[in-house]
Design a protein around this ligand. Structure first.
Ligand SMILES: Cc1cc2nc3c(=O)[nH]c(=O)nc-3n(C[C@H](O)[C@H](O)[C@H](O)COP(=O)(O)OP(=O)(O)OC[C@H]3O[C@@H](n4cnc5c(N)ncnc54)[C@H](O)[C@@H]3O)c2cc1C
Length: 448
């Protein structure tokens, strides 16, 4: 039996949700809540929503309910930087696990499967949302980070991934800022408004799926007929339960080494108001773009299709008991966000941020996710690095297949490889992680 001991909470104001065209749409009314379903999913992020699509595809008559403590699109799936990229390279963060060429190709293949599926749903059901195949840049400013950019290029060569490399002059022309000295561009990346996207996907689910917002789950009971208890005490039974609750899986009362090997960090974001025609002059002839820094602690920046600039920077360790961001830590991030913006766009130094916020990212030491059964008829999927949108979508999709007995080579691969490596207990992990993050920030220099 899992009693939940900690619940997700918003930090700051999420710009993606506030500016989403579908911000005011509603989902299933609580008056329609049944006492039992075939499948109950807790967590309406990409993990939960994509699980529901697959469960429903495999069994169109199944009755499925998704519960989320918050409004859809307000937690991590709606507050990320909006990069949905196929070509990714995995590298262990802690320990010596090595990824083979086959592993790297498999991740890109799985990313491709779920991202193309999302693309099809968007084209068919929500073409109006901000979802564009703009591609992305991995970029550097400091000469000492060029080596890492070249290493990424070599890995892409080995994997057969197409990319273009640009120097300072071309980067400046493409971005409207001369901050970056070199960049590597891949075209197979969507840039989106993540809150708009997850709200659209949840809204386009087939009729056999009900989505209940503001529905906090306080307990999960395993067993032959497992159930969840809603805040207020109502019990909802199911034949199987899927938990796609991000790092909160650590607070659901289930035990297991792989659950304790899940860790989490927090990061922070800010978005300007819409730029005026005068301010937009620096972006004349520039297409909307997204950049992630090649240095792991560097800032992520976007010039959006809606005339705004978005910045994400600063990373904090989130221990098991501190998954929600303390107010004081959020305050600490604000000047760093401002600094990251101003040094990239000095001519826009007087443009204020309209929104500033923080969010949670689950990670594991070897960047392999938690996937599979955690108790009788209870299953869980938790992401494992900063590229969590496609990963959560993979976890949801293949948890559904696992539960419904739909075999595939992809599922076989996932069952074999998706196991987090050992991380020391929290008492040692917390100081270790603080020290490692502090050192990474120091080394990032002006890339922050
Ligand atoms: C600032 C930031 C930038 C990021 N940028 C990117 C990016 O550009 N690209 C990318 O791929 N990834 C990015 N990520 C990571 C990505 O957002 C996450 O890894 C991904 O959204 C995780 O999806 P999920 O479905 O597993 O979890 P979530 O989206 O967190 O969904 C879990 C849900 O569970 C619900 N829940 C938890 N406990 C309970 C409970 N007791 N009862 C009911 N509901 C509950 C929560 O409310 C939440 O909605 C970023 C994350 C952050 C914070």
């Amino acid at each position: 039996m899992g009693k939940v001991t900690n619940f997700p909470k918003d930090t700051g104001v999420n710009p993606w949700f506030e500016t989403a065209v579908n911000k005011d749409r509603t989902y299933t009314d609580l008056s329609e809540l049944q006492d039992s379903y075939d499948y109950v999913i807790v967590g309406a992020g990409f993990g939960g929503v994509m699980a529901a699509y697959e469960l429903s595809k495999n069994d169109p008559k199944a009755r499925i309910a998704i519960f989320d403590a918050l409004k859809v699109g307000t937690f991590s799936s709606g507050r990320n930087a909006g990069f949905l990229h196929i070509s990714q390279v995995s590298a262990s963060l802690v320990g010596f696990d090595k990824f083979t060429l086959e592993d790297q190709k498999e991740l890109c293949k799985l990313n491709g499967i779920v991202i193309r599926r999302i693309d099809e749903i968007v084209k068919a059901k929500a073409p109006e949302i901000d979802f564009r195949w703009d591609g992305m840049y991995h970029a550097v400013r400091e000469a000492r980070n060029v080596k890492a950019l070249n290493a990424l290029a070599s890995e892409f060569d080995r994997m057969g991934v197409k990319y273009e490399m640009f120097g300072h002059e071309e980067m400046t022309k493409r971005l409207g800022t001369d901050f970056y000295t070199q960049g590597l561009y891949t075209a197979d990346c969507v840039l989106d408004n993540p809150a708009e996207l997850i709200r659209a996907l949840a809204g386009a689910l087939p009729e056999n799926v009900s989505v209940f917002e503001h529905s906090v789950i306080t307990e999960v009971k395993e067993g032959k007929t497992p159930s969840v208890i809603l805040k207020g005490g109502r019990e909802i039974k199911a034949s199987k339960i899927i938990l796609t609750v991000n790092a909160f899986i650590k607070n659901f009362g289930f035990k297991g080494q792989e659950i304790s090997d899940v860790s989490a960090i927090q990061s922070f974001g800010a978005m300007t108001r819409e730029l005026t025609d005068e301010e937009m002059k620096i972006f004349e002839g520039v297409q909307p773009w997204g950049i992630t820094a090649t240095h792991p602690a560097g800032a992520t920046v976007r010039y959006t299709a809606r005339r705004r600039v978005f910045v994400r920077t600063d990373i904090a360790y989130a221990s098991e008991k501190r998954l929600n961001i303390p107010e004081q830590r959020f305050e600490q991030a604000k000047p760093l966000l401002r600094n990251a913006f101003v040094k990239r766009f000095p001519t826009l130094k007087d443009v204020p941020f309209e929104y500033t916020y923080g969010g949670l990212i689950a990670f594991t030491g070897n960047t392999n996710p938690l996937f599979g059964q955690i108790a009788e008829n209870v299953y869980a999927g938790t992401t494992s690095d900063g590229s969590g949108v496609s990963r959560a979508s993979i976890l949801g999709t293949y948890l559904a297949d696992l539960i419904q007995g739909v075999d595939s080579p992809e599922l076989d691969y996932i069952i074999k490889h998706y196991h987090p490596n050992y991380l020391p207990p929290e008492i040692l992990r917390t100081p270790g992680a603080h020290a490692a993050l502090w050192w990474k920030n120091v080394k990032a220099g002006s890339e922050l």
